[in-house]
Ligand binder design. Structure first.
Ligand SMILES: C[S@@+](CC[C@H](N)C(=O)[O-])C[C@H]1O[C@@H](n2cnc3c(N)ncnc32)[C@H](O)[C@@H]1O
Length: 227
């Protein structure tokens, strides 16, 4: 008789999927990974060392789940003084960002292929100027909500890593996700903020475009760490 497992699967906010790159791109990707990517686990990061060559502050922003990378790349191009760490599990998107870093010679952008929850222990507390969570995976069913990144345990860990005055910016076109974010961030005593008009600087990505085409309206929520 088979034993019944009592262990729970990890609360992943993403569906693991393998997307192979074409051979020529895969070769470049492997090279760029070793050059420009940060391993998801390892020692605590030192932002001063990491971005020394960029000559930026460094005011470091963490972009969680950049997807295809087009929004991250657009902002990186117009904000060279902003140090940016992008993290996603989606290999083609990671490859696109790595190619942009290499082509543009960017010293102010680094990328991590992996789960942000595994990366967080590498990020010093009270260090980030900003966290971006744009169009996180919606997990629309009731039984899937515990997978959402805007859940209490994750928000607590993100706020720990924001410096005082740093901001958490969530954008979503799932009404119920916005409601959950309002509730979770509203219950976090170190945060102050709420719904804001769509900032004109936030790039329009294909995820947002698809939602607009399907009749959904995005909501932006910006919170500042106040204590
Ligand atoms: C719907 S896409 C949004 C992409 C992009 N932010 C945009 O606005 O176009 C959500 C992305 O989050 C990524 N993601 C989900 N959970 C993640 C996690 N725990 N760590 C890193 N990336 C994650 C997914 O792989 C996916 O690429």
């Amino acid at each position: 008789m088979r034993g019944v497992s009592t262990s729970h699967p990890p609360t992943r906010s993403f569906q693991p999927r393998r997307r192979a790159l074409p051979p020529a791109r895969a070769e470049r990707y492997q090279r760029l990974l070793t050059q420009w990517a940060l391993p998801v686990t390892g020692e605590m990061l030192c932002f001063e060392d990491l971005f020394a060559a960029a000559g930026c502050n460094p005011e470091v922003v963490l972009d969680i789940g950049f997807g295809g990378g087009e929004g991250l790349i657009e902002l990186a191009a117009i904000r060279p003084a902003e140090a940016l760490i992008g993290v996603d599990v989606h290999t083609p998107g990671v490859a696109t960002v790595l190619e942009a870093i290499d082509t543009e010679g960017w010293q102010h952008v680094r990328v991590v292929e992996g789960d942000v929850l595994e990366l967080l222990p590498r990020i010093p507390v009270s260090s980030l100027a900003g966290v971006r969570l744009f169009f996180p995976d919606p997990w629309p069913k009731n039984k899937q909500r515990h997978r959402r990144l805007a859940r209490p345990d994750v928000v607590t860990r993100l706020v720990d890593r924001l410096r005082i005055g740093g901001t958490l910016h969530v954008a979503t076109d799932i009404a119920d996700y916005a409601t959950q974010t309002l509730a979770v961030c509203g219950a976090e005593p170190r945060l102050s903020g709420g719904i804001v008009p769509r900032p004109s600087w936030r790039p329009l990505t294909r995820f947002e475009r698809r939602g607009l085409d399907e009749g959904r309206t995005p909501t932006d929520l910006i919170y500042e760490r106040t204590s």
